[in-house]
Design a binder for this molecule. Structure first.
Ligand code: CFM
Ligand code: HCA
Length: 538
C-alpha cells in the first residue's frame, strides 16, 4: 500500500500533496502503477534536476573527443559543465588515427551585459574565428544558454556561415537554452536531432568484421564504455561508433554502416535509435552491461540477433572465461553484502540498471527513482501512445524522418528470424520494458525526488546505502549512512560487465565496512523511537 508515501507527503499543502502523490508510489503487482513523469517541478522545491543545456552540452555532446564546443552565454554555464562529468577519452579515432581531443577544454563567449542588450552574434563569430585559428577542429558546436534564446541571437545562421567560411568544418548549432524543457531530457532530444541531421550517414568507412554494432547511450563514465568494447571485441563484434562516450565525430559519421544498434541508456538516446530505424531500417536492442547476469543476457541477445553458431559459441567462451576470472571475488563480496538494502536516485537509466548488479551481489532495492525519465522508462515503451503531449514537450522539435533512398534496409534479418526474436522474452528487440518489472512488490518509486522526501524516506526505510549524486551525497553521509555516487562513481569505475561488477562489489564493501562509521551516530539513533506519556509524565 501507499501508507509510507502518504505519511511522508502529508506535510505538504493540499495542492503540493496532490501533485507529488502522482510521482510517488509503492509497486503493487495488482495495480497499474501509472506514474507522472517529465513534467515541471513545483517551484520552490529543492529538486536534483538539471537543465536542458546540461543534457545537450554536458551529457550528449560533451564526451565526443574532437568536438570543440563553444558555449554561447555567461561564463557560469560553461564553468558548471567544465570537467564535472567523468567521460574518459583518448586522442585517437577507431581507426587508430590521431583525433584532437577537446574534452578538457572550456570554450565560452563569456557574454556580458552589453551583449545581452545589443546582441551577442558578433562576439560568437569572433569566438569561432579564434577557436579555428588556434585549434582547427573538424567539428565545432555552438550551444546556447538561457539569455541567448531570450535576446534571439541566430546561432543557426552563424553555424551556416562557419560551414561556408571554413570548408571541411562541421559546425552545428544547438538551441539548448536551459529553460527549453523541464529537465536535461529536452537537451538529449535536441542533441539527438542534430546528430541525425548533420552527422550520421556522412561517413563511408565500412566495418571490417562480419558483425558490427553501435553502442548508443554509453558515455564512458569512469571507462565503462572501454570495458564494454573490450568484451564485444573479444566476442568478435566490431564497434563502429559509440554515442557518445569513446567516440569522436569521425566515428559517428559511419554509424549507419553498422548492422545493429545497442541501446544502453534508453532515456538519453532512444531518439537516435528510433530515427536510425526509420531512416536506415536498422534494428536496435535494449542492452544493459551493468551487472553480471544483465551483461550475459545482453551479449547473448546480440548473438541471437546475428544467429550465427560460431559467434554464439565464442560468446559462451568469453562468458565462461570472464566469469571464471571474477568468481572468487564475487563470492567474497556477496558474503559481505548479502541481505543488505539500497536506495537509488539518479537521472535516468542507471536507477534501473544498478538494481541488477545489486541483485547479483545479493542485495535488494527498497526505493528507486529518476530525475528526468519519462513514463516509458518506468512502465515500458508500450505506454508511449498514452503519454500526454503537453506544451513543454511540444516545445522540442520532433524530426520527420524519411527512409534513406539508398541505404534503407529493413530486411537485415529474415521475417522468420524476426518473429522468433520477437517471441523471445529475453530479447528486447526495438523495445524497452522499463524499470518496474525488475522491482519487488512494495518497493517505493519516486519521480523527481527532492531533498525533503529523500531525508524522510531514508529515515523510514533505513537502507544500508544510498546511491545518488553530488548534491545529496554529503547530507546523507553526515547522517551516518553510506552514499555512493552513481553519476561519477566517486572517481572509481569502470563498473560495466564482469570485471566492473567485481570492482563495484569491492568499492561497496570498502564503503560499508570502513571503521569510520563507528564514529558517527545517525540523528535518528539518538531519538527515542517511542514517545508517549506514562502516569502523566513524558
Ligand atoms: Fe543516461 Fe547517463 Fe543516466 Fe543520463 Fe545524466 Fe550520467 Fe545519470 Mo548523471 S545519460 S540518463 S543525463 S545513464 S549524466 S551518464 S549519471 S544523470 S542516470
Ligand atoms: C548533469 C550531470 C550529472 C550531475 C551529477 C550529480 C553527471 O545532470 O548535468 O548531480 O552528481 O552525471 O555528471 O548528472
Amino acid at each position: 500500500g501507499n501508507e509510507l508515501r502518504d505519511k511522508v507527503l502529508e506535510k505538504y499543502s493540499a495542492k503540493v500533496y496532490r501533485n507529488r502523490k502522482q510521482h510517488v508510489l509503492s509497486i503493487d503487482p495488482e495495480a497499474s502503477n501509472e506514474i507522472t513523469a517529465n513534467v515541471r517541478t513545483i517551484p520552490g522545491i529543492i529538486t536534483q534536476r538539471g537543465c536542458c543545456y546540461a543534457g545537450c552540452k554536458g551529457v550528449v555532446l560533451g564526451p565526443m573527443s574532437d568536438n570543440a564546443i563553444i558555449v554561447h552565454g555567461p561564463i557560469g554555464c560553461s564553468f558548471y559543465t567544465w570537467g564535472t562529468r567523468r567521460h574518459k577519452q583518448v586522442e585517437t579515432d577507431r581507426h587508430g588515427e590521431h583525433a584532437d581531443c577537446y574534452v578538457e577544454y572550456c570554450f565560452s563567449t563569456d557574454m556580458q551585459e552589453p551583449n545581452i542588450v545589443f546582441g551577442g552574434e558578433k562576439k560568437l563569430k569572433k569566438a569561432i574565428e579564434e577557436c579555428m585559428a588556434i585549434y582547427k577542429p573538424k567539428m565545432l558546436s555552438i550551444c546556447s544558454t538561457c539569455p541567448v534564446g531570450l535576446i534571439g541571437d541566430d546561432i543557426h545562421a552563424i553555424a551556416k556561415w562557419a560551414r561556408e567560411e571554413y570548408p571541411g568544418l562541421m559546425c552545428i548549432a544547438f538551441s539548448c537554452e536551459g529553460y527549453k524543457g523541464v529537465t536535461q531530457s529536452a537537451g538529449h532530444h535536441i542533441a539527438s536531432n542534430q546528430i541525425i541531421r548533420f552527422i550520421v550517414g556522412t561517413g563511408d568507412h565500412k566495418p571490417q568484421k562480419k558483425f558490427s554494432v553501435n553502442i548508443l547511450g554509453e558515455y564512458n563514465i569512469g571507462g565503462d564504455g572501454w570495458e564494454i568494447e573490450r568484451i564485444l571485441n573479444r566476442c568478435g563484434i566490431e564497434v563502429v561508433s559509440a554515442m557518445t562516450g569513446t567516440s569522436c565525430y569521425r566515428d559517428m559519421k559511419n554509424a549507419h554502416l553498422a548492422d545493429l544498434n545497442l541501446v544502453q541508456c534508453h532515456r538519453s538516446i532512444n531518439y537516435v535509435a528510433d530515427m536510425m530505424k526509420d531512416k536506415y531500417g536498422m534494428d536496435w536492442i535494449k542492452v544493459n552491461f551493468i551487472g553480471v547476469n544483465a551483461t550475459k543476457k545482453s551479449i547473448r541477445a546480440i548473438g541471437a540477433y546475428f544467429n550465427d553458431p560460431e559467434l554464439s559459441a565464442r560468446i559462451e567462451e568469453v562468458i565462461a572465461d570472464e566469469e571464471n576470472t571474477i568468481a572468487d571475488e564475487m563470492e567474497y563480496y556477496k558474503s559481505k553484502l548479502k541481505g543488505k538494502t539500497a536506495a537509488i536516485y539518479v537521472g535516468g537509466s542507471r536507477s534501473h540498471h544498478y538494481q541488477l548488479l545489486l541483485q547479483d551481489l545479493g542485495m535488494s532495492t527498497v526505493l528507486a527513482g529518476y530525475e528526468f525519465a519519462h513514463r516509458d522508462d518506468y512502465e515500458g515503451r508500450r505506454v508511449i501512445p498514452d503519454i500526454k503531449v503537453d506544451a513543454d514537450s511540444k516545445n522540442i522539435e520532433n524530426l520527420k524522418i524519411e527512409a534513406d533512398e539508398n541505404l534503407y534496409n529493413p530486411d537485415r534479418i529474415t521475417p522468420e528470424h524476426r518473429a522468433e526474436l520477437e517471441a523471445n522474452e529475453d530479447i528486447d528487440l526495438n523495445d524497452y520494458q522499463g524499470m518496474y518489472p525488475d522491482m519487488e512488490e512494495g518497493s517505493i518509486i519516486a519521480d523527481d525526488l527532492n531533498h525533503f522526501e529523500t531525508e524522510e524516506f531514508l529515515k523510514a526505510l533505513k537502507p544500508d546505502v544510498f546511491f545518488s549524486g553530488i548534491k545529496d551525497k554529503f547530507v546523507v553521509q553526515k547522517a551516518g549512512m553510506l552514499s555512493r555516487q552513481i553519476h561519477s562513481y566517486d572517481y572509481q569505475g569502470p563498473y560495466t560487465c564482469f570485471q566492473g561488477a567485481a570492482r563495484f562489489g569491492h568499492d561497496l564493501v570498502m564503503g560499508l565496512y570502513v571503521p569510520a562509521w563507528s564514529f558517527i551516530k545517525a540523528p535518528w539513533k539518538n531519538q527515542a523511537t517511542l514517545v508517549g506519556k506514562l502516569g502523566g509524565e513524558v
